[in-house]
Design a protein around this ligand. Structure first.
Ligand code: FEO
Ligand code: CA
Ligand code: CA
Ligand code: CA
Length: 662
């Protein structure tokens, strides 16, 4: 979700970054924000004019980049670019349809009640599509490209957009009242994930409402802790003396689909769901401080003891994991795989290395936190699905150290190796995994600018790391892999693993792209000069590669104030002279964030998730005031007076059929 560009008057809308080394409580605008305000509306001059404008003020290194960019000979993407901007609607490139497939409240089962937003209940919500769709995955049925399971994470809830009568304007100021238990129950049922069968008929995707495997996973779904930390004392609560049984999953941001067709839900900002104080001198105090627990955005602890630290002090250790779900068995118990560590997991995209081991790339989304990968001990068996089902319980978790010379090392988080010893407070591998961040600290991992989605690319053998922004990085904290102080717009790193082996412990890296408005020299963006005024973006977040290996970037945090444009989906060249050329393919309505994206196996559909539409609009002339249930900045996608704004998954197809962008 957007880090700091959202309105602050809605306490449960938005999880702040945890306190810690990166947190700065002052309200002072950063230089990056000032730059973005001054220049966001300026047009980008294409070609040599822009290069000379940049050349007047920037360093020799940037000049070299500009020279390289000038040689660009054109994007590999042929679609007509969307015009960047802000309004109440979504926009897709001409020649394409963007059809709404699933909206918040849509029926998923034959007996799902009709959506009645003014009278929503938890029982209804548990049978309907959840809120704030984020990760989107597709698991084919019998190898089909037009029939399969769509898996979708529901990251968080926006009560001020969901519930009537919650927001009041008092003395000209907007206040959100406390939530009732019924509203909290709706929130809990609107979180989690959806597994739903879908089919393409005559070129259009349809939900198969009576699909036998359709399932909602919520904050009330029983889960099992597995792997090296399962059963440890630090995971036991009064409701679970085994330390292996957890009720629910929260803040499922990005995710993944494994090669064996299971659904990965990554638990990200879990700190916001806990309230209350730990008992005095509790041994978890330092651990929780490192994760910003409790943050108290949500009010669930008022009604459910497990979210109140004073009553269940170990419960936060049971969140922050990667969850694996077997979509083939709708009664299966989702598994929290502790071997992959406990962080604010953005996602878990995977690839099979040449040696058969499966490699998962994991970003920990917080300022100054780390990039990880997990390599299974066992190897993938493409002929025996059952043999792969517990691959995620044994393997090595690594944290990335990016050296100044463009090399890198993956440092193993293995108890007993290096400083991960009893003397340093790690009595077992369970301690290393429960305190993954501190293990990364003592190993000397590189502090990054908020690692989001990380995507391995099987076509060109590279790995793409989205680093969304970090306005708290000071000039003396700059390093080669995080080259800008007050990094308001983020950047993308490209990793080349040693010998093309995704399971390698060494590699090389380079900054592929520094984001932001390239017409403003102070921003230091490095898009190619072929990139138009519509083509640049800030705040890369989720990403995908299509089957041709081309990179598509979804953003989180663009707005009228920040960049003069909404979030969207940009196609980015990675190869040849056109490298770092970006084109806008789709943009979201005001207040929304772009999630997904995902290409169907035949590349003929791009699924995108429009998250928190209408959450904002103060900075846009078309609204110009806070947005809430009764006074929304958009009523996307239905545009009916009695229907609130609805987060939705869209299926984008080419009119007349064919691959999305050739
Ligand atoms: Fe949920 Fe890091 O975005
Ligand atoms: Ca996001
Ligand atoms: Ca984000
Ligand atoms: Ca992705």
């Amino acid at each position: 979700m957007t880090e700091e560009l959202c309105p602050k008057m809605f306490p449960t809308t938005q999880l702040e970054e945890a306190d810690g080394e990166g947190h700065n409580a002052s309200a002072n605008p950063t230089m990056g924000e000032i730059i973005s305000r001054r220049f966001s509306r300026r047009n980008f001059l294409q070609g040599s004019l822009a290069v000379s404008a940049i050349a007047a003020t920037v360093s020799p290194v940037a000049l070299m980049t500009a020279e390289k960019a000038r040689a660009a000979t054109g994007s590999a993407f042929s679609f007509p670019e969307v015009e960047a901007g802000v309004d109440a609607h979504h926009h897709v490139a001409e020649g394409y349809d963007a059809d709404v497939l699933l909206r918040w409240g849509d029926a998923l089962f034959p007996d799902s009640p009709d959506f009645d937003p003014a009278n929503q209940t938890a029982e209804a919500q548990a049978k309907q599509f959840g809120y704030n769709n984020d990760y989107v995955g597709f698991i084919p049925i019998d190898g089909a490209a037009d029939h399969g399971f769509l898996v979708v994470n529901h990251e968080y809830t926006n009560p001020h957009l969901m519930f009537p009568g919650l927001v009041k304007v008092v003395d000209g100021k907007v206040e959100q009242g406390p939530l009732s238990k019924e509203q909290v129950d709706v929130e809990m049922a609107a979180h989690g994930g959806t597994i739903v069968e879908i089919r393409r008929v005559d070129g259009k995707w349809q939900v198969v409402r009576d699909g036998a495997n359709n399932r909602r996973i919520t904050v009330n779904t029983e889960m099992q802790l597995t792997g090296p930390a399962a059963g440890h004392d630090r995971l036991k609560t009064s409701a679970d003396e085994t330390g292996t049984k957890v009720i629910g999953t929260v803040n499922n941001c990005a995710g993944g689909v494994t090669p064996w067709g299971t659904y990965i839900m990554a638990e990200e900002n879990f700190h916001g769901y806990f309230m209350g104080d730990l008992p005095a001198d509790h041994p978890e105090a330092a651990n929780y401080e490192r994760y910003g627990v409790p943050e108290g955005s949500y009010e669930w602890g008022r009604f459910y003891d497990r979210f109140d630290l004073s009553k269940e002090p170990n419960e936060p250790n049971r969140f922050g994991w990667v969850v694996e779900v077997d979509v083939m068995d709708p009664s299966s118990t989702p598994k929290k795989r502790t071997a992959l560590g406990r962080t604010k997991h953005e996602g878990a995209e995977s690839i099979v290395a040449d040696n058969g081991k499966v490699v998962f790339y994991l970003g920990d989304d917080e300022r100054f936190d780390y990039v990880y990968k997990f390599v299974t001990d066992g190897t993938y068996n493409p002929d025996d699905r059952a043999a792969n089902m517990d691959l995620l319980d044994a393997g090595t978790l690594y944290v990335a150290k990016f050296e100044e010379d463009g090399t890198m090392e993956w440092l193993p988080l293995v108890h007993g190796q290096g400083p991960l010893t009893e003397e340093n407070g790690f009595a077992s591998q369970a301690d290393v995994l429960i305190e993954t961040r501190r293990a990364g600290d003592v190993l000397g991992a590189t502090k990054m600018d908020r690692p989001e989605d990380i995507q391995p690319n099987s076509v060109n053998g590279k790995v793409y790391v989205m680093l969304t922004n970090n306005t708290k990085r000071k000039p003396d904290q700059v390093n080669a892999a995080n080259p800008r102080a007050e990094n308001a717009f983020g950047h993308i790193i490209e990793i080349s693993e040693a010998d093309g082996d995704f399971s390698a412990t060494k590699g090389k890296w380079e900054v592929m792209l520094k984001c932001g408005d390239p017409s403003v020299a102070e921003v230091g963006a490095t898009f190619s000069t072929e990139t138009t005024k519509n083509g640049w973006f800030g705040m890369p977040d989720n990403c995908a590669v299509d089957s041709a290996g081309r990179l598509w970037v979804a953003t989180d945090g663009n707005s009228n104030k920040a960049t003069g444009r909404t979030d969207g989906l940009w196609a980015v060249d990675t190869e040849g002279d056109a490298r770092a050329t970006s084109k806008l393919f789709f943009r979201v309505p005001v207040g929304a964030e772009m999630c997904g994206p995902l290409f169907a196996p035949d590349d003929e559909t791009a699924f995108v998730a429009v998250q928190h539409p209408g959450d904002g609009g103060e900075d846009w002339d078309g609204h110009g005031r806070p947005s809430y249930y009764e006074d929304l900045s958009t009523r996307w996608p239905d545009f009916k007076d009695d229907m609130p704004v609805r987060p939705s998954v869209l299926a984008i197809t080419k009119i007349g059929g064919g691959k999305i962008a050739v």
